[in-house]
Design a protein around this ligand. Sequence first.
Ligand SMILES: [Zn+2]
Length: 89
Amino acid sequence: MEFNKCTRCGNFYLAEGNVCPKCKTKDTLEYSTFKNYIQENGLEDGIDTISGKTGISVKNLNRFLSYEGLGDCPDKLGNISLKSGKIDL
Ligand SMILES: [Zn+2]
């Protein structure tokens, strides 16, 4: 058995994914908010602005950016400068 550490609250849990079951609902909601935002506005504004407009923390935005499935807009992703560099998943 393998424990995962929740990237949102730091709790350990036994389940698939990057966040624990408790955080899953909010994380899914924020991820879809983020995807809707970049579909309409792109990523040109940068992480800080997107965070301010969506209410999603920079840490979570960086994590969402690292997810697969955003490969359909590689040009937009190439324009962004990630503040904290590597993301610790
Ligand atoms: Zn959690």
